[in-house]
Design a protein around this ligand. Structure first.
Ligand SMILES: Nc1ncnc2c1ncn2[C@@H]1O[C@H](COP(=O)(O)OP(=O)(O)OP(=O)(O)O)[C@@H](O)[C@H]1O
Ligand SMILES: [Mg+2]
Length: 247
């Protein structure tokens, strides 16, 4: 569904993403894991077309994305790390705005708004101003905005930051449903427990480079366990990068 080949991006003298490659299949959730500044958001931004790569390519369904007007871009949905919502507008009005950006209008748009608000459990708050939403509700609306145009590929950049356990579970249930519907999901996080719960496979990046790309079982098998106990992903990360995920 999605293939990322040799992506590279520098900001001045800093190489934020350095030769990153991985792929994502339909019905699969891949966790993109790494500490602050590892290059996760820059990678996601290049896939979604917000940032132009210095080198490398992004392939959707086997064909390279060619610029902003490529219709294949519509297959990608982005749930950005920084909330992109208008506080002074209702949830409905926010989604109408984002839907229009994707060329949705009329009944198609109204149906998409209803479908996504129901999915994230906000249908009964559709008319409320976003400024009156809690942090978790804003995160869920942010998710709805990324899903409006029913993308096959969903890029989620730390979608649960500041979300209480209940909303977090609601988001996880939404993601499980999307996965079961055959969507391909890339999930950026530095929460190991989220990765363990959701991901079929992990891509660990550090200093802009992929240091491991494997299933969770495969990751664990890389690190010898001291006394037959299950190796935690935190331990795996430490062994692979020499530092803790939250450094
Ligand atoms: N627009 C930019 N201009 C200059 N430097 C940038 C820019 N965007 C990112 N960087 C730098 O690139 C590196 C990678 O940043 P990025 O946001 O991709 O990391 P991240 O893995 O998403 O981190 P976090 O977990 O904190 O979200 C960092 O050192 C960051 O300061
Ligand atoms: Mg980030």
């Amino acid at each position: 569904m999605l293939e990322v080949r040799h992506l590279k991006k520098s900001f001045g003298t800093l190489t934020a993403v350095n030769d990153v490659s991985f792929s994502l299949r339909a019905g699969e959730l891949v966790g993109l894991l790494g500490p602050n500044g590892a290059g996760k958001t820059t990678t996601v931004s290049m896939i979604s077309g917000l940032v132009a790569p210095d080198e490398g390519s992004v392939l959707v369904g086997g064909a390279p994305l060619a610029g902003d007007t490529d219709p294949k871009k519509r297959k990608i949905g982005l749930v950005p790390q920084d909330l992109a919502l208008y506080d002074e507008l209702s949830a409905n009005a926010n989604l109408r705005f984002f839907g229009a950006l994707y060329g949705l209008s009329g009944t198609g748009l109204e149906q998409a708004i209803e479908r996504t608000l129901t999915l994230v459990g906000l249908a009964d708050r559709a008319k409320d101003h976003v400024k009156n939403y809690s942090g978790g509700m804003k995160r869920r609306l942010n998710l709805a905005a990324g899903l409006l145009h029913d993308p096959d590929i969903l890029l989620l950049d730390e979608p649960t930051v500041g979300v209480d356990p209940q909303s977090r579970n609601a988001i996880f249930d939404n993601l499980e449903q999307l996965k079961a519907a055959g969507k391909a999901l890339l999930y950026t996080t530095h929460y190991m427990e989220e990765a363990e719960r959701l991901a079929d496979r992990l891509v660990i990046i550090d200093g802009g480079r992929v240091v491991a790309d494997d299933t969770i079982a495969g990751m664990r098998a890389r690190v010898p366990s001291a006394n037959g106990e299950r190796v935690s992903l935190e331990t795996v990360f430490l062994a692979l990068t020499g530092r803790s995920l939250r450094d």
